[in-house]
Design a protein around this ligand. Structure first.
Ligand code: RNT
Ligand code: ZN
Length: 415
C-alpha cells in the first residue's frame, strides 16, 4: 500500500461525510480483553486439573500448547506484538504463578503477583474469572447451587478470594478489573425443582458479592448460558436468571455469543440490555451448531455486534472480551487473527456514515437504507485498516502470515 492509496481512501470516505482519521483514533482507544485460555486449551496451571470439564471443551492437539506460565507469557507477548493497539489480558483463577498448589478457596493475590508485574511491564490491563470447573468439587456439574452447603460454601469462598485478587489487580494497574462469574451448574435430565436450585445460586452469589469494593478497581459481571455438554436439560444460571440478577443487584451482564439459541442475534440484545444495566461484558465467540467456541471470523455476526456497539454509542459502557479456544490450529494465530477481526469489525462500524443511515431510517426510507448499506460495502475499509496497522507498527497480509508461521515453528517442539 502506498500513501496515495490511503489518501484516496480517506477522500472516498470523506465524500460520505466519514472522517477516517477520527475512526483510526477512536479504534486505537478500544481495548480488547484477550483470554489467556486460548493459549493452553483451557487446562490451567494447577497440577490437579484434568482438563476443563463443566461442559466446555477444546478440540485438537496442534503442537505448541503453553504448558506453564513462562510459555504462556511468551506466546501472549508474541500475540500482542502482532495486534495493533494496547489491550488487556483476561486471566482465569486456575492460572496462578506459584509452586504452593493453593486450594481454590485459599487463592491469594500473592499467587498472581507476577502476572501484575508482567502486565505492568507490557502495559496491559487485567481482567479475572473465578474458575468453577476442572475441580473435584465441580464433578456433579453443580457448584454455587449445589444442594450440599459445604460445597456451596467452598465455591463461595473461591469467588470471594477471586474478587479480592481482582480488586487488587485493578488497584495496582489503575484500571478496573472485570471479574466475571460463570458457573457450569445444570442438570443432565429434567429437574423437578428448578426454583430451589436458582434460589441457592442467587443466595451464593449474594454471599460472594457481599463485600463492597471500589468500582474504580473491581467490576463484577455475571454470565448466563443456554446449555452445556452434559447439562442439556437445565442450566441454573440461565439468561433470564442473570439478566434479572444484574438489573436487581447492579452487576454487569455478560453476553457470550455462544450462549443463546443458535439463531438468536446477539447484537440485537445490546440496545435492550443497555436500557436496564449500566455496563455490559461481551464474550465475543463463534458458536457453530452449539457453543463450540470457534475462533471469531470477520463475519456478519461480528460486524453486526461492532455496528451495534458503535451506532448505539455503547463502547464506553461495554467491555469487549473474547472467548474461543481452538486447538486444531496455531493457538497464537487464533489469538492474533481473532482479536484483529474484532478490531476490523469495529473499524468498519466506525467508518460507516451513521448519521445518514439513521436519517433515512427515521424517514422510513427503507429503499435508501437498503441501497446504502449494500453500496457502502464497496468502500476501501481494508486500506484504512492497513494504514492503522502501519501506524501501530504491525504487519498485515503475507508478512503477518510469515510472522505467525515463524513463531508457530518456534514452539512446535513443546511436548
Ligand atoms: C463457558 C463460558 C465461560 C468460559 C470461560 C473459560 O461456556 O463461556 O466464559 O468459556 O470462563
Ligand atoms: Zn464465555
Amino acid at each position: 500500500m502506498t500513501r496515495l492509496d490511503y489518501d484516496a481512501a480517506r477522500d472516498q470516505f470523506a465524500e460520505w461525510g466519514v472522517d477516517t482519521e477520527a475512526a483510526i483514533e477512536r479504534l486505537a482507544t478500544i481495548p480488547i480483553s484477550m483470554h489467556c485460555w486460548q493459549g493452553d486449551d483451557v487446562v490451567g496451571f494447577e497440577q490437579l486439573s484434568a482438563g476443563s470439564g463443566g461442559g466446555i471443551q477444546a478440540t485438537g492437539n496442534f503442537p505448541g500448547r503453553a504448558r506453564n506460565v513462562a510459555e504462556l507469557r511468551a506466546d501472549l507477548e508474541f500475540a500482542y506484538s502482532q495486534i495493533p493497539g494496547k489491550h488487556r489480558l483476561n486471566l482465569h483463577a486456575f492460572y496462578p504463578d506459584t509452586d504452593e498448589q493453593p486450594e481454590r478457596d485459599a487463592l491469594d493475590y500473592k499467587h498472581f503477583e507476577t502476572w501484575v508485574d508482567w502486565a505492568k511491564e507490557q502495559g496491559l490491563g487485567l481482567d479475572f474469572n473465578p474458575t468453577f470447573f476442572a475441580h473435584p468439587k465441580a464433578d456433579d456439574n453443580l457448584t454455587l447451587s449445589h444442594p450440599d452447603k459445604g460445597i456451596r460454601d467452598f465455591w463461595i469462598r473461591h469467588g470471594q478470594c477471586c474478587r479480592a485478587i481482582a480488586a487488587r489487580f485493578g488497584e495496582e494497574l489503575g484500571s478496573p478489573c472485570v471479574d466475571n462469574i460463570w458457573v457450569p451448574d445444570g442438570y443432565k435430565d429434567i429437574p423437578v425443582d428448578r426454583m430451589a436450585a436458582r434460589q441457592r445460586l442467587e443466595a451464593s452469589i449474594d454471599a460472594m458479592l457481599a463485600t463492597d469494593y471500589d468500582k474504580a478497581h473491581l467490576l463484577d459481571a455475571v454470565e448466563s448460558k443456554l446449555f452445556g455438554i452434559g447439562v442439556e436439560a437445565c442450566t441454573v444460571g440461565s439468561h433470564e436468571f442473570y439478566m434479572g440478577y444484574a438489573i436487581r443487584k447492579g452487576t454487569l451482564l455478560c453476553l457470550d455469543m455462544g450462549h443463546f439459541h443458535p439463531t438468536e442475534n446477539i447484537a440485537d440484545k445490546l440496545s435492550s440490555v443497555a436500557l436496564s444495566v449500566d455496563e455490559i461484558l461481551l464474550h465475543v465467540s463463534r458458536p457453530m451448531r452449539w457453543d463450540s467456541d470457534h475462533v471469531i471470523l470477520l463475519n456478519d455476526d461480528i460486524l453486526a455486534m461492532a455496528q451495534e456497539l458503535v451506532f448505539t454509542n455503547l463502547l464506553d459502557r461495554t467491555h469487549i472480551g473474547l472467548d474461543f479456544f481452538d486447538a486444531t490450529i496455531s493457538r497464537t494465530a487464533a489469538w492474533v487473527i481473532g482479536t484483529r477481526n474484532m478490531q476490523k469489525a469495529l473499524l468498519r462500524a466506525l467508518l460507516m456514515p451513521q448519521e445518514e443511515l439513521k436519517k433515512v431510517e427515521q424517514e422510513l426510507n427503507f429503499s435508501d437504507r437498503f441501497i446504502l448499506t449494500e453500496e457502502l460495502k464497496d468502500l476501501p475499509f481494508a486500506t484504512v485498516w492497513e494504514e492503522f496497522c502501519v501506524r501501530k507498527d504491525v504487519s498485515t497480509g503475507k508478512a503477518l502470515l510469515a510472522n505467525l508461521n515463524n513463531y508457530q515453528a518456534s514452539v512446535a517442539d513443546r511436548g
